[in-house]
Ligand binder design. Sequence first.
Ligand code: ATP
Length: 720
Amino acid sequence: MSDLESDSGEARVWRRSLARNQFLVTGNPNLLGLPYFTGLEGLLGGEEDNESLLDSAQYLGNYDSSDTGSGVELVRRPPPRYGTWKPVEDGITLTWRDLSVYVPQRKTWYKSSHNHKPFKMVLNSVSGAVRPGSLVALMGASGAGKSTLMNALAHRMPGEVVVDGDILVNGHRANRSMNALSGYVHQDDLFVPSITVVEHLTFMARLRMDVRTTNGERRARVQELLKELGLSRVQHSRIGSPESEKSLSGGERKRLAFATEILTDPPLLFCDEPTTGLDAFNARKLVRMMKEMAARGKTILCTIHQPSTDVFLMFDKLLLLAEGRLAYMGSSNGALEFLDGLGHKCPSTFNPADFYIHTLAVQPGHELRSRERIKRVCDNFAVSAYAKDVELIIQYQDNRFLQFADQKSYDGSYSPATSDTASTGSTQDSIVQIIKQIPQLPGWWTQMYWLWWRAVLDSYRNPAVHGIRILQKIVMAFLIGVCYSGVEISQRGIQDIEGVLFIYITENTFPSVYAVLNVFPQELPLFLREYKNGIYRCDTYYIAKMAALMPGFFLDPIIFVTICYWIVGLRPHLYQFFMTVLVLIFTANTASSCGAMFSALFESLPIAMLMLVPFLMTMLITGGLMVNLGSLPPYIGWLKYFSWFMYSNEALTVVQWEGVKNITCETGPRVPCLKEGSAVVERYSFHDTHVPMDLICMTILFVLFHSIGFMGLMSRARRK
Ligand SMILES: Nc1ncnc2c1ncn2[C@@H]1O[C@H](COP(=O)(O)OP(=O)(O)OP(=O)(O)O)[C@@H](O)[C@H]1O
């Protein structure tokens, strides 16, 4: 050891050990002259005790600290074990000041309109700070606003919710860049049920880990997490869903959700009740993992319900919320002292966590008294020394922000007087400058590929989507074939042939529409969450989802026509057969695009169905199947241009009757007779030169329906 510097006035000494990057510190860190410590000036207020040194050590984020009795030993942490990119070394300090959240209130018929307030305040001017290297427990009674606070801090609030106040990351407004910086373990976990645990983690590793990470490193990280979270045994089990064909237990799902969020080792982690549903052993193990992450400089904010005493003691700091207000923020022991000072003493037999919740809950039957108690606690906290400590950290972070703004305005690239929105761009740039090592996400094609991969696994493991549908197609093809077998080219045969073509169209329309109708409503919550987390774009999701289903809309018509065409006895030429298949492939795909449009436009399946039925009926009527197109009134006739039934019907009719001569006439001069195929085509107001145009029009409808569907999904994703 060698003395490197000492402060003569107050005999503060710091020394560095001979081992590289290892410090033994005694005295006030303000005097150390290290860049890490300079920022703490004023924050520590000249305190010299070891506790503030430990805090300082934690503040550094990339140091481990221990109290040796005579001083504090700081040891630089080893570099991360995986990936070519390194986690953020300086860590993240998250601060928020006067944060209020207002949620919209729906107007109900029984509430008089003058009493109706459009917004309800669920968070009331809450301020706080979380420093790197700390594991903070966010506690409060049910409905206190814990999830709301976490969502607001994580910038994962629905669009209709109003968030007022400042949220700063290392002194800068983070906004959407928060997605790249943070992981968020939600209270309710959402997965694609048909894929396995390892497939899910592989998918996430491909889309969330830095693009420079090698495949071997990704696989190693997945295996490491499976092992650490005790999921190796179930890695090849399907995740399943809690309502049906259950596969993973609730605890396993929780652990998988946690593994998903820590895959990238984010510098900031929000966990909303991650231990709910876990047994004591797994809850302890999970919190210990968080503790280890915090010890590596991560910033972790975690809501927790009824933790056992030992789990509770693992948290460094405590944040208590009550009725949307801040009731306490500081060390876990400090909360007991603070409440004790207000006359709320924790009985020795009580778990402190239970005591806090009990003290800050609105107790049924004693609402008024409970609210008075909560108000008193919150009011007292606002003027307490604990609140001042928090305020000091916030002020320090504010100063960093102002320094940045001054610097930018000096450079001429930033004006502090500009609006919040205007400053967002510069602020995001600054975040990128500060936190240089946030993962670089994969590009458009990689996203497409992996989303398609997951969608294919999902759809082909779901028997309702393909297996049963193909079986149904085969059965229907035989049934229809038998009913119409032996049609002939005669006057009576015209009706039979047109009838069977009508059945072909409907049989390739309705199943295709309904096959996709539930695709988006069913997966909407998962899509919205993943989209908000910035895992992928809306267009890649939409296209991948459709691309995964599309082979079915090629296969269905091929199977159907191959069986049915020959049994019915339609024109026995390869050209007519292949053209019939082709037209029906176009029909099935256009119909599926219509289903996708309704699926994406409406949030739930029943509403999508409700809207679809009149639309399909209109398309069917204007398709020339039920009514001669020539007799449609002009004010409704234009709708036929949106009807793929019409294009398909025309193309199939032309293909069947093209070049047909000498159709036998019934005996008797009064019976009308169509002697040639062209006369049949004309009879239905079709044109025998229109087949290519029919195919082009169906393609245009396909693109139009998908474009509308995509825009619907996009606007929902942005709104929610
Ligand atoms: N989007 C919303 N619309 C209407 N009310 C909301 C919304 N979000 C939150 N609230 C209300 O705000 C209050 C706080 O909700 P929040 O979910 O944050 O509580 P919590 O402390 O996380 O509760 P719990 O522990 O039960 O999950 C509740 O009364 C809730 O009904």
